[in-house]
Design a protein around this ligand. Structure first.
Ligand code: NAI
Length: 725
């Protein structure tokens, strides 16, 4: 199969060669073995027939221009394959370099998405024209998969845009640009209206520029903004790594660092040496574990979820038309906005019209902001707002095919609000609760149609947080689950599906992270070190800061309820070292969190001013510390071990749900690929993968408590040589 040619050659009467990327074995063109071979043959032929060639146009017969590297292959690259990976990168670049120095004008006619390797091919062309059609976009998103563009993407963007713009606009965030934006960012030169307009425009350019050269191959070329040795940049450059560290919060994110190093080093050498520098850094990343983790989560797990991998089969596609949102507080207001934005009519009900109106005001503000930022128009904004109807009257929910409840966290109240509306709404309406802690099966007892009842756990702020955790209660039907998944997609959220348990998956597991941090404070470790360890582990927020945001009283309330429920079931209740600290903070020191004026931190006018001095006095034991690595891993392992228990208890249905839910919902560090992948891809001192994880978990258990003891199911799984799935 890989023998087949993936690049068509058509020469017109003017001597212009149109190269059409068209892999006969795949729906998209990728940088596979067949491509490499075809490109090598094509480039060799161009060199040989150069005298009869007036110019070259590169385009594609697929919907996308070129899809880049094959991620399945990249997952398989081992440390031992470093040499091969390096040589592959060099070969890709050598081919493109020949094309760009052929002495003939080369144009990329971009007919669809050119991301990653696709844009890198286009960057080797002297001129880039893109058709402004659906799906057309360009960008180098490699960083989001823990990689760097290793096909010349770093070297060329830096030489084209300068170090600062290349890093900020293209390389470090992996932004994707629509055609017009791409032109403004300097990534393409021309935008045409249709795919049909591409070839004529490309041919016209070829004819007008017979001696085209890349800027960097022209005499007197200077890198825009200068090189690290030019005074302007030299003055700013030392701050770069520090800023990056701050942005990454010191976390284990090798890709941004490698990209920055490549960018800086590549400007100090000639183009060919620059490519070698880029290949070296690329090899380091592609043979490492972090890229594998991130590819697993952000590509394969997302694909599993987006393609309906967890959706019960055989149910028709569902679209919600009218939703009743009960409770117009912080969450209800946000839910109303995202539903209205997706075109769903919203009845926003609260106890007073003033509260309901206030809930709608939240959307007014978001709409204003979106218009200001140019992300929406007045017409769209007005239409969105017109879809939200504030009310106090249950009768207004007539015809709703969906109800989402977001009143106070109280079982009786939640039962009551459903009873008010269940006979008013459509007879098969989905009944969703946004509870963050109460068991769905208990809430479902308050409605007549328990099979239609489902947990719909949104995250705050609802408009920004991409995750929706759907919780199946004991009686939730598959039909309802399928509908809920469709609704999640309809409103632009990424759904994971879990089975009922106290705190479901996300709230429960994030609790173990916070408990571990608090326990360390109680052991006498300096709270500043604990915070630093959290950030360096890669969490987006420091743990004690997060506790202050949540308040200390909320986890305590949840703990007390959970304890009562567990004791009532006749099961043993195990005290965690964090509880005494939380109780002392609340009862002895009246430090309940930010909203009450102070918690682990002090606040002035709601702004954090520093750690509360009382912590040193009441908890910290001067000189007492533990290895920093242990601090970091206690947090990560606490969550990971509890995740295994979630699998054991049937709360989690797939590793994809665990990975995506933990990264998008509760800030589990992205470099790990999510909490299940953290175990599957663990790299430890005494071993890798689940076995290495188990060895380290046992060590932590011995030092810091039995809650780190790896569950038997994991030990058995590792012995079989298997992974969490
Ligand atoms: P909130 O206190 O801001 O809003 C609750 C709203 O419900 C208030 O506007 C209140 O007037 C209204 N309400 C009370 N009784 C009502 C009734 N009988 N009929 C209609 N409306 C009534 O609370 P928040 O933060 O919005 O939380 C709501 C729910 O969402 C809770 O179950 C909470 O556990 C859950 N949740 C909260 C998250 C958060 O970050 N705050 C995250 C995820 C879920």
């Amino acid at each position: 199969m890989s023998e087949q040619n993936t690049i068509r050659w058509d020469k017109d009467a003017d001597g212009i060669v149109v190269l059409t990327l068209d892999d006969p074995n795949q729906s998209a063109n990728t940088m596979n073995a067949a491509y490499l071979k075809s490109m090598r043959a094509t480039v060799d032929r161009l060199v040989k027939e150069k005298d009869t060639v007036a110019g070259v146009i590169l385009t594609s017969a697929k919907k996308t221009f070129f899809a880049g590297g094959d991620l399945k292959d990249l997952l398989k690259v081992r440390k031992e394959d470093a040499k091969q990976a390096f040589e592959l990168g060099q070969e890709i670049k050598a081919q493109l370099r020949t094309l760009e120095t052929l002495g003939k004008p080369v144009v990329a006619a971009i007919n669809g998405a050119a991301l990653g390797g696709g844009l890198e091919i286009a960057l080797a062309c002297h001129h880039r024209i893109i058709a402004d059609v659906k799906g057309a976009q360009v960008g180098l998103p490699e960083v989001t998969l823990g990689l760097l563009p290793g096909g010349g993407g770093v070297v060329r963007t830096v030489r084209m845009l300068g170090i600062v713009d290349a890093l900020m606009k293209v390389l470090l965030q992996g932004q994707r640009y629509r055609p017009q934006e791409a032109k403004e960012a300097g990534l393409v030169h021309e935008v045409v209206d249709s795919v049909e307009a591409l070839l004529p425009a490309a041919k016209a350019w070829v004819k007008a520029h017979p001696t085209a050269q890349q800027p960097w191959d022209q005499k007197g070329y200077k890198i825009p903004g200068g090189t690290p040795s030019s005074p302007g940049l030299a003055a700013n450059l030392p701050a770069f790594p520090a800023n990056l560290r701050k942005q990454l919060k010191g976390a284990n994110m090798p890709a941004p660092r490698a990209i920055m190093a490549t960018a800086v080093e590549s400007t100090q050498v000639d183009v060919d040496t620059a490519f070698t520098v880029e290949s070296r850094y690329f090899t380091e990343l592609v043979t490492g574990q972090v890229a594998k983790n991130m590819i697993q989560a952000f590509f394969f797990d997302m694909q599993h979820i987006n393609s309906g991998g967890g959706r019960p089969k055989g149910y028709p596609q569902h679209t919600a038309k009218k939703v009743g949102v009960l409770g117009a507080g912080m969450m209800g207001a946000g839910i109303a906005y995202v539903c209205a934005k997706a075109g769903i009519d919203v009845v926003l009900k609260d106890v007073s019209l003033a509260s309901a109106e206030k809930g709608k005001q939240y959307s007014v503000k978001l709409v204003e902001k979106a218009i200001q930022k140019g992300k929406s128009t007045k017409e769209k904004g007005d239409a969105l707002l017109a879809r939200i109807h504030p009310t106090t009257d249950a009768a207004d929910l007539k015809g709703c095919d969906l109800v989402i409840e977001a009143v106070f966290e109280d079982v009786k109240l939640k039962h009551q609000v459903f009873q008010e509306v269940q006979d008013v709404v459509a007879p098969d309406a989905v009944l969703g609760s946004n509870t963050s802690t109460l068991p769905i099966s208990v809430l479902a007892e308050g409605v007549k149609r328990t099979e239609d009842f489902v947990g719909m756990h949104f995250f705050s702020p609802v408009d920004k947080m991409p995750l929706l955790e759907l919780i199946a209660g004991k009686k939730t039907s598959d039909a309802t689950l399928a509908k809920a998944i469709d609704i999640a997609v309809q409103i632009g959220k990424t759904p994971i599906v879990v089975n009922d348990s106290r705190g479901f998956f996300t709230s429960r597991v994030i609790g173990t992270f916070l408990n571990e941090a608090i326990a360390m404070v109680g052991e006498g470790i300096s709270p500043a070190s604990v915070e630093q360890a959290g950030l360096q582990a890669g969490y987006p927020a420091a743990p004690l800061q997060l506790v202050d945001e949540l308040t200390l009283t909320l986890p305590r309330k949840i703990r007390q309820e959970t304890k009562a429920a567990i004791l009532a079931e006749g099961k043993p209740w195990v005290e965690h070292r964090s509880y005494a600290v939380m109780d002392a903070m609340i009862d002895q020191h009246q430090r309940k969190g930010r909203s009450t004026g102070g918690g682990f931190y002090d606040y002035v006018d709601g702004k954090r001013t520093g750690l509360w001095a009382g912590l040193a006095q009441h908890f910290t034991k001067p000189g007492h510390t533990i290895p920093f690595e242990d601090m970091k891993e206690r947090m990560l392992f606490a969550e990971a071990v509890d995740t295994v228990r979630c699998f054991d208890e049937g709360v989690l249905r797939s590793a994809a749900d665990a990975n995506i839910g933990s990264i998008l919902g509760i800030g589990f560090p992205a470099w790990t690929g999510g909490v299940a992948q953290f175990i599957n891809g663990y790299e430890g001192r005494t071993g890798n993968g689940p076995r290495g994880f188990i060895a380290r978990a046992r060590e932590l258990a011995q030092r810091y408590g039995a809650h780190f003891e790896p569950p038997a199911s994991l030990v058995e799984m590792a012995e079989r040589g298997e992974f969490l799935k």
